[in-house]
Write a protein that binds this ligand. Structure first.
Ligand code: TXA
Ligand code: MG
Length: 323
């Protein structure tokens, strides 16, 4: 059954789930049920697919995404688990708990999905369709809730279509989501801290830990509210935005046709494509930063489509900060 050209809807069964795994491998966007809410999945290693995912959601900024995996063994390949994280995973996975952990350098999750952070959010969903899809795909799948930015999270395939019809490739219809609210997010970067209340009660988590979860202090380095991450990728170099031409000693982050320049240059998208530029943003910034340049000249990026989120992230990366 076709909802409309562009977005296929299929009942969850072995064949359609395998087709969904193939679509993910090809860079497609696939909405699928989890026990909490429907997720909009993309191959975690495919920066361009992830850029299209942000575009489909209409996210004004690149919020980091949750990497979904089929079991704790796969999660350990992405993130570094301390003792508390191991205990929480053993107690609650699969289930509506997301852990924010230090990422492994070789984690295979695109920088764009992590918004350039050194941490990664991981979870093992407790839903047969999600788990079958993750196993068939064979790697991490990043998935925000499958709604347009600013709308409520979807708990049925119909909700997903209402928001994303025509913007994504496939919806796997697995009926209603049981939990209906998003996963609880706990960071284990030191004291376990509750970042977002959700489908798993705080009390259950605290019973396993044997002590209360730390509260989020509204500081620079912590998320202020669900979906609002105050911390962001901060390069060591200064950024000089809207630069027409790079100066001596600078490195250059170009967009579109770049001026001739002898210094280190990375181009977000020589052909001026905003989706390609988004996919390259954080990895190019990192590469320029490691080049040792004190200042990175950044050519201007049009403020339309994903350009809005790119400019948001560039402005944050350029903001003065304490060291
Ligand atoms: O139940 C859920 O968690 C659903 C299903 C699809 O799994 N997913 C979901 O994703 O709610 P999303 O993108 O709508 O919300 C993820 C939240 C965002 O608020 C994001 O800022 C936060 O997780 N997050 C992701 N990575 C983070 C990180 N490294 N540090 C802090 N917060 C992070
Ligand atoms: Mg959401």
């Amino acid at each position: 059954m076709n909802a409309e050209p562009g977005t296929r809807v299929q009942r969850a069964e072995k064949q359609s789930i395998e087709a969904a795994a193939v679509a993910l491998r090809q860079g497609g966007l696939v909405a699928f049920p989890t026990e909490t809410v429907y997720g909009l999945g993309a191959d975690a290693g495919n920066g361009e697919a992830i850029a299209r995912l942000y575009a489909a959601k209409g996210r004004p900024a690149f919020n980091p995404l949750i990497a979904h995996v089929s079991d704790v063994v796969a999660a350990r390949r992405i993130a570094i688990f301390d003792h508390d994280a191991e205990r929480l995973a053993a107690a609650f996975w699969p289930g509506p708990l997301t852990l924010v952990l230090p990422k492994r350098p070789d984690c295979g999750v695109a920088d764009l999905a992590l918004a350039g952070l050194d941490t990664v959010a991981v979870r093992v969903p407790d839903h047969p369709v999600a788990l079958t899809l993750l196993k068939a795909f064979g790697g991490p799948v990043v998935a925000p809730s499958a709604n347009r930015s600013g709308h409520v999270s979807p708990t049925s395939a119909a909700h997903v279509l209402a928001d994303l019809r025509g913007l994504i490739d496939l919806v796997i219809d697995g009926g209603l989501c049981e939990v209906g609210v998003e996963s609880t997010i706990v960071s284990c970067l030191g004291e376990p801290t509750l970042l977002r209340p959700g489908g798993l009660a705080r009390e259950a988590i605290e019973r396993v830990l044997g002590h209360p979860l730390a509260a989020v202090v509204a500081a620079e380095e912590t998320p202020l509210a669900p979906g609002m991450l105050a911390s962001h990728y901060a390069p060591k170099a200064q950024l000089r935005l809207d630069a027409d031409a790079p100066r001596d000693g600078e490195a250059l982050l170009a967009f579109g046709p770049a001026p001739e320049f002898a210094g280190t240059t990375f181009n977000l998208s020589p052909r001026g494509d905003l989706i390609e530029a988004a996919a390259n943003l954080f990895s190019h910034l990192r590469a320029l930063d490691t080049s040792g340049a004190k200042t990175i000249a950044v050519m201007s990026v049009p403020h339309e489509g994903l350009g809005e989120a790119i400019n948001d992230r560039l402005a944050r990366a350029a903001a003065p900060r304490q060291r």
